[in-house]
Design a protein around this ligand. Sequence first.
Ligand code: HEM
Length: 306
Amino acid sequence: MADTSMTSRVVEAPTGSTITVKSETPLLPRAAFVLITLASLLGVYFTGRMHGLAGFALFWRWTAIWSPALVVGFLAWRLFYLRPVESGLSPERVGALHGALLDRVRVVGRYLAVFSLVAASAPFVVEYLSGWQATALVLANLAAAALLPFAWCDRRLAYLALAAGAGTLILWSVADSSGLVYLTLVRAAHLLAFGLWLGGALFNLGAAVPAGRRHANMHAVVAGARQLERFRWVVRTSLPTIIFTGLWMALRYGGFASPFWRDGLGLLIPLKLGLIGALVVIFITCPLYRACSPVRGVCNLDDLGA
Ligand code: HEM
């Protein structure tokens, strides 16, 4: 299913081999981003309906969970997978890629700040929140909105913004779990794993791909491939975490054979299982078809030869 319709540009690499740069972003990473978003929409709809929410409040509450999830995964890449220096690679070329990536963090960070402002207004339409929960959620989102525009140039502020995003997801887990400690922990693990995956997918599409295109040289490709591999390890952990925590939460409503899963709200959970199945297929297929990046070699360094 490799996309053959893309036009390509060939760049001479310093070692003499060539690096091909496709002009279009491959379909699979975009599809993964949409499917993760869709699965989150179904999850928030399920939980919101269980809490008696309806109409616009349901959708608005989803933005308040989707937005901090993006912040968490996006800043995790900026802080942990992205390195200013990579062993064995040219400091100048890796530094140039690093600068371009931080510039993308600056641009995308502004959008995330706006989303965080929208998320800060959601607690006002969610009636079941207690006073302290609503206040804490508003403050955490406002903090993220204030810090995000500086996350590209100041690591400490980026850590604080990441903490604000993760704190928001944990606060929702507390608010939705009726004081049950195990449920709070399992729900928080479900949401944090979702955030690391979704926000990482956003970084790949919104920062790694455009910056990698502009730095098509051997050193930047190897640095990009290493970053992507760090993210893949996170996905390898997030995937089973989401499945096990999701199944655990689902089984609280009825056993595997329960009629609850066959219609109405219960049908959303088998649907989510279908979505996660599709995401597993994408995760396996993406490197096989070199579809994670338009820059040859980032998906699999073997493509560059010796
Ligand atoms: C990429 C895949 C998935 C994503 C992004 C995702 C995301 C979410 C989100 C955002 C929520 C809402 C929590 C809230 O509103 O407080 C949620 C709830 C839920 N998810 Fe998932 N989920 C995924 C896969 C799964 C799977 C595979 C299952 C199990 C079959 C599952 C089961 C559940 C259940 C049962 C809830 C509701 C828990 C409750 O309210 O009691 N999820 N999920």
